[in-house]
Write a protein that binds this ligand. Structure first.
Ligand code: DUC
Ligand code: ZN
Length: 471
């Protein structure tokens, strides 16, 4: 019987904060107490360290086709290793249904790619792009048998990913009765496309125009619209990568009326602002993610949203493309759009940095407390997406996904030390205090300081329960 004993750490959950020992048996937490002993256990001294539940990143894109044969540059192998070094032990990625495609086939394709490679646990949201009688009919079984309870719909990218309001409404009604939830990329794709076309007609091709053609108002409009559609369908809704104050206003207004509207934001919206687009030449392409970085007014609103639970979780939207064409090739690089901002692959890296940024810039900066930090990074994602209480907390019977964290170690974030294949960091040179020291996945130590002890294939697919039934 494999036993692991983690001794003397400061155990922090979304509600607790105390010093104790954790005994792990066969990958699960067997006991929590003081002065626990177990003769044959592998012992880890956590004195002076915090012990968090393993992070859950509910929004990542590993080796994902983004159209035009462009792919995100992290494989499941490199991306999950990077996640682990950042204290994330479960990721939720996406399986995309193409046109004339089956959602179940989309899931099976992604499972086949992910299964031999993942070194942390993983699950999928299914992206629907072809909502019709046949694809809708598959969803109850996907929820109940395959454990996929969240369905992503795009209100942006017309002609590629965008679906219309009827598709959103039909999907919501279909999945709602089975514990499913629609999750939305909320931007008005048609108006934004008009602005993009006009900018290009006027000869504006530089990356700065990415931001100028995706206004806050059109995020707010889509957020408002989709929350109302969900209200009519009588189901919860969840907005991904919320960045604009106008979108948050729509969430707050709905929640104040007792409507179950949920949303996530991402570290780059909390810690970076639109002045990054002033970077010279093509440098600004680093920040071409959708939605774009916003201004201080939005940042302030997002922090307030996190403090008052109008925003429920922080995910990374890890969607990495290299700045340089080599060594991974043009199709994994921002250079693909060097002559046209609208062809720059949308997305930015961050899966490794979420806990450290949020601890340093959130907890240490006095914006959120430690329990809220755990809530945002682990407990809320587990509850929102049907993984709780197996994941997302430190409790007897839960998976022993644990992070030992030194709250006092200061270090510098850099692409030269991260574990993703991407060749830049949004936070290059930023000094943070608080560092992941050891990471356990179901009781196995997979990160020990700089040492990688994980292996591809040890991550397990997670069948999830209902999504969005968080009261
Ligand atoms: N936004 C991104 O930045 N990347 C992937 C897709 C999206 O909507
Ligand atoms: Zn995304």
């Amino acid at each position: 019987m494999t036993q692991v004993l983690i001794k003397g750490g400061r155990i922090v959950t979304a509600v607790d904060d105390y010093v104790g020992d954790i005994l792990v048996q066969e990958g699960r937490i067997e006991a929590i107490g003081r002065s626990l002993s177990a003769e044959t256990a592998e012992v880890h001294d956590a004195t002076g360290l915090m012990v968090f539940p393993g992070g859950i990143d509910a929004h990542v894109h590993m080796e994902t086709p983004m159209g035009n044969d462009v792919y995100t540059c992290d494989t499941f192998e490199s991306g999950t290793k990077s996640a682990a070094f950042g204290g994330t032990t479960t990721i939720i990625d996406f399986a995309q249904q193409f046109h004339h495609d089956s959602p179940k086939a989309a899931l099976d394709r992604r499972l086949a790619v992910a299964e031999p490679q993942c070194s942390v646990d993983y699950a999928f949201h299914v992206i629907l792009t072809d909502v019709n009688r046949d694809s809708l009919a598959e969803l109850p079984d996907l929820i109940n048998q395959d454990g996929v309870s969240s369905y992503k719909l795009y209100m942006a990218y017309p002609g590629v990913m965008m679906v219309d309001d009827a598709a959103i409404f039909k999907t919501m009604r279909q999945v709602g009765g089975h514990g499913g939830m629609a999750i939305l990329h909320a931007e008005n794709g048609i108006v934004i496309q008009t602005l993009i076309d006009e900018a290009l007609e006027q000869g504006h091709t530089s990356p700065q125009y990415h931001q100028l053609t995706r206004p806050r108002l059109m995020e707010g409009e889509a957020a408002h619209r989709v929350i109302r559609i969900a209200e009519l369908a009588e189901v919860p809704s969840y907005i991904v990568h919320l960045s604009a104050k106008e979108a948050l206003d729509a969430v707050v207004e709905a929640r104040d009326r007792g409507v179950h509207a949920f949303a996530e934001t991402c570290p780059h919206y909390l810690f970076l602002d639109h002045s990054e687009y002033d970077a010279p030449g093509f440098e600004a392409a680093k920040y071409v993610m959708t939605p774009p970085l916003r201004d201080h007014e939005c940042q302030h609103a997002l922090w307030r949203g996190l403090q008052f639970d109008d925003l429920q979780l922080v995910a990374t939207d890890h969607c990495p493309f290299c700045m340089n064409e080599n060594p991974l090739g043009l199709l994994k690089s921002k250079q693909f759009g060097r002559d046209n901002f609208n062809r720059i692959p949308n997305g930015a890296p961050g899966v490794e940095l979420r806990l450290m940024l949020l601890y340093d810039g959130g907890v240490r900066a006095g914006r959120i407390n430690l329990n809220r930090f755990v809530q945002l990074t682990a407990t809320a994602p587990a509850k929102m997406f049907g993984l709780f209480p197996r994941k997302g907390t430190i409790a007897v019977g839960s998976d022993a996904d644990l992070v030992l964290f030194d709250p006092n170690e200061t270090h510098t974030l850099s692409a030269s030390t991260h574990h993703s294949l991407v060749d830049y960091s949004l936070f290059e040179g930023r000094e943070v205090t608080g560092k992941v020291k050891k990471v356990f996945l179901r009781g196995q130590c997979i990160v020990d300081g700089d040492q990688w002890l994980g292996r591809p294939g040890m991550g397990q697919y997670q069948h999830r329960g209902a999504s969005g039934r968080v009261l």
